[in-house]
Design a protein around this ligand. Structure first.
Ligand code: APR
Length: 236
């Protein structure tokens, strides 16, 4: 039997044990900041300095040498490297831990924290340092329009066509470390269920837990390597 085609969706929970905060847990980012102050296009128009300072702090967090890919990121990279069927890892995370772990069939649907985008020419450039009003776009040379390459509330997630095609062709959909609170990602399980097998791996039941064929609860660094090992044992 051919190996199933897999789509994996990840959220902030997979990076929690690497030392990065989630959004909606009690100690999460949205407990300390209001979304409408720091993560919308309106917030950036109203107070770009505040928005840049929020993301500069998160970039500094990502540069902390203690923040490294964990066993769950590593297991997914191994699955990507060894899986003979179609495979796509769709992450909502803007950190680069999947990439650093070695995942290659990877889509950052909410963008990437360590890249910059110019609001004037739209060119995305490598970045990751502190953004200020004086930062110039390396492509068009204008200052004042540099923002992090992340998708804010009210903006369209990235690479949705590639994701839709992978979801349409998948036999197995696995959701890891996400609360299921933010669409369109939260709707992926409803899109595929009935046609594909669905599995949730999360610390606790997510909002959409009941929509999955199976849900396993515990830390990602235990559940994800266990699941990957079982998949590779079944389809070596
Ligand atoms: N292992 C597995 N799951 C975990 C762990 C862990 N160690 N720690 C926390 N979790 C779970 C939480 O129980 C929660 O269900 O991860 C989930 C994190 O949920 P959110 O904080 O809502 O993060 P996420 O689902 O990625 O948020 C989606 O919201 O604000 C936006 O753009 C942001 O991409 C983000 C989107």
């Amino acid at each position: 039997m051919a190996p199933p085609n897999i789509v994996v969706l990840t959220g902030a929970g997979i990076s929690r044990e690497s030392g990065l905060h989630t959004f909606r847990d009690a100690d999460g980012i949205w407990a300390k900041h209001r979304i409408e102050d720091v993560a919308t296009p309106e917030a950036f128009r109203r107070d770009p300095a505040r928005v840049r300072s929020f993301y500069n702090a998160r970039r500094a967090g990502l540069r902390d040498p203690a923040v490294q890919p964990n066993a769950a990121h590593a297991a997914l990279a191994e699955l990507d490297a060894r899986w003979a069927g179609d495979f796509l890892l769709v992450t909502q995370n803007v950190d680069d831990l999947h990439h650093r772990a070695g995942s290659r069939r990877l889509v950052h649907m909410h963008g990437e924290l360590a890249r910059d985008r110019c609001i004037y020419c739209q060119v995305v450039s490598p970045g990751g340092g502190d953004l200020t009003a004086e930062t110039r776009c390396p492509a068009c040379g204008r200052a004042g329009g540099m923002r992090p390459h992340v998708v804010w509330f009210g903006e369209m997630p990235l690479e949705m066509e590639r994701i839709a095609a992978a979801l349409a062709a998948c036999d197995l959909f696995v959701s890891i470390g996400t609360s299921g609170a933010v669409y369109p990602a939260a709707g992926f399980v409803a899109e595929v269920r009935g046609r594909a097998d669905t599995l949730e791996l999360n610390l606790e039941p997510s909002e959409g837990s009941h929509l999955f064929d199976e849900a396993r609860h515990g830390p990602a660094t235990r559940l994800v390597p266990e699941w990957v090992e079982a998949m590779l044992a079944k389809w070596p």
